[in-house]
Design a binder for this molecule. Sequence first.
Ligand code: NOJ
Ligand code: CA
Length: 731
Amino acid sequence: MLFDRISRSASSGNRPVVSSSWISRSARRSGRTMLVACLSLLAGLAQAEDIQSPNKQFTLSVNVQEGGVPTYSLTYKGRPVLKTSRLGLDLKNTTSLTSGFTQTSAQRRSFDETWQPVWGEVKNIRNHYNELAVTLTQAQTNRVMRVRFRVFDDGLGFRYEFPQQKGLDYFTIKEERTQFALAGDHKAFWLPGDYDTQEYSTVTSNLSEIRGKMKAATTPNASQTPFSATGVQTPLMLKSKDGLYINIHEAALIDYSAMHLELDDKNFVLESHLTPDAVGDKGLLQTPANSPWRTVIVSDRAGDILESKLVLNLNEPTKFKDVSWIKPVKYVGVWWEMITGKSTWSYTNQENIKLDSIDYSKVKPNGTHGANTAHVKEYIDFASKHGFDAVLVEGWNTGWEDWFGKHKDYVFDFVTPYPDFDVQELQRYAASKNVRMIMHHETSGSIRNYERHLDTAFQFMNKYGYNAVKTGYVGDIVPLGHHHYDQWMVDHYNYVLTKAAEHKIMVNGHEAVRPTGLARTYPNLIGNEAARGTEYESFGGNNADHTTILPFTRLIGGPMDYTPGIFQTKISAYNPSNTSFVHSTLARQLALYVTMYSPLQMAADLPETYNKHLEAFQFIKDVAVDWDDTKVLEAEPGDYITYARKAKGKNNWFVGSTCDENGRTSKINLSFLDPSKKYVATIYADKKDAHYEKNPQAYEIRKVNVTNKTKLTQYCAPGGGYAISLMEAGR
Ligand code: NOJ
Ligand code: CA
């Protein structure tokens, strides 16, 4: 088998030091003994392959260094992005896949296709790359590992492939040893590395400063496992001193644990650090198997990072034959009132309840339960009146008195409503108002319990007309010891997605692993949290520059259910004992519908508040949730982002801009508009004296006629933003 593989190999590398065709000839001549001898000899020599991106701006070099150590490096426009970086994996109880390798073949191919996502930021996505697959053979063990590199016009993706073979069938990963050797002490937008949460504020600092800032950055969470003083999460956004923007993440995280990055802060080398399972193992694999893709997006223009589709392109096309049931959703919900503490998820104030022994109809209701039939009907009325697709209701089912922080195996059954929540009547009422209901499954992190009930829970949803579920994994994973981002949990989230698809259900997973472009394969994954969302505005606040960073970090992997639209920025207006305030102006809350891309968008505030600001609310009603085109007009991570997007199937465009605590003035050019058309622009903006802390609700709305020749100058207050709808003028 080995001989056969080698003799078929072909190298077309630009500068092979030892050509693999030479190996095949000699191997054919002298048989296996000779071959192994040659491989061992070659393992001591260097071998190299180069490949360029289609636009020739990137050059990737793959080398097998002395001692058979595989490495790679990457340049962009002749500038170093990644210096010589090692590849490989440490295995448990057997020889590691890090050295002793010989390159036994190198295959090249080019690929260019354009595909249409089920939902997305653009109508057409071009997937265009040059590929180099390097097969490495480890003489000592006779094992074969392939590293497949794809070089796109916007960066690099590569993964490990482990073909089925006698010497490598089942194996356990001790650690992946992929390096990203950076060219300097770059500015980094980072989160503390953690096996269980990404709900941290982003810290902006040089790489060399991470160690000193780690402790303060690691703020408390319901479940958290930080792992080192220099460990950070992906997507990691970097900017070099000479203006290169670099984003490191992963794509197609399937049956593998999520990757963090461990920094060597003397040499600025990042190395993969996988999430361990309950016994400390980092991956149980059976050949044939692949790792997820490791991704490096690079440009000298920040907006290119936001426009990149590299992560999506590295995921497999969907196998779903029918996708007609998957639809973008604009929704409201019985939610913010609980997050602020105005109402409660639980039905009683009783504590220490044993679910199997409680009869809810006999206990005293607390009078603050949000999910009661009459109140939910008010939300349905509001949704229907303003053209929303759906209403989310949390706290509808029994068990909320009995789970938080308790690590119980069995709490929720996902089918039993509280006595004041009439599922059947609400189904009837919502249908009569042309509104869908969104189910909520808080799993309490108890995985066995959720999987045990999953089929029944999804059947229940089908029966009562729910076509979308928000899942949640608050607290430590039960069984204890597992982590939110380990392989076992990654498999769980993907199992839920597959099961949901069987029931034609869309999924919005909170506290689940960060997305890696998997929505291309599973387009029913319409939302994820996996970052510090708007809820934190009620738990002390997000930094004023938070939403100028998230699109460069968390959103690189996929959309976020950020839940914008908070107009009442003083939380005490809902709950006098909550002193938090929203670190954003009201106008920025509108901009987020454009800058925080998601096919699932919530108008998160309370109807009573929207009713006081109906003119501003009009933007949320008008804004699209699915797009034919997207352009980044200006962007700088941590400072500002301005997007323009064209509504799906329409000529209307929407612009959104957010800036940091300093405020700024944008000069934007509307040249993206159709030159043959006229538009009415409605501009929702901060007033001159607006300020996210001192005067957040000061906004103004004006209408102007515009064309593609128009240039706009628009002010953005500190912690502010603006939103513009550009509607085609009546013909
Ligand atoms: C955390 C989620 O992010 C939040 O949206 C939800 O309301 C709570 N968990 C309760 O499940
Ligand atoms: Ca800033």
